[in-house]
Design a protein around this ligand. Structure first.
Ligand SMILES: [Zn+2]
Length: 83
């Protein structure tokens, strides 16, 4: 099991302290390491089956990237990033 899948399993068990929010296609988590302030990840829910963007069907890819964009905007607003 890869690191991403391990983290997803922790979310499902309710023991991932970095878990923020579940969306339709993925999970929002705060990065373990905050070397970059606000470092946040959006983990694809079915990483065990499809670990690369190009593995996703077009409609699923579009939905995942749309949700990723929403997460990025939310984090940017929360942190007041100007870039
Ligand atoms: Zn995985």
């Amino acid at each position: 099991m890869c690191l991403v899948c391990e983290r997803i399993e922790m979310i499902k068990k309710g023991v991932n302290p970095y878990f923020v929010k579940e969306l339709e296609t993925g999970y929002v988590v705060i990065g373990d390491n905050q070397h970059f302030y606000g470092y946040t990840l959006f983990l694809y829910k079915h990483h065990e089956e499809k670990a690369e963007l190009f593995h996703l069907d077009l409609s699923e890819r579009v939905k995942f990237l749309e949700e990723m964009t929403v997460v990025a905007e939310a984090v940017s607003r929360l942190l007041g990033l100007k870039r």
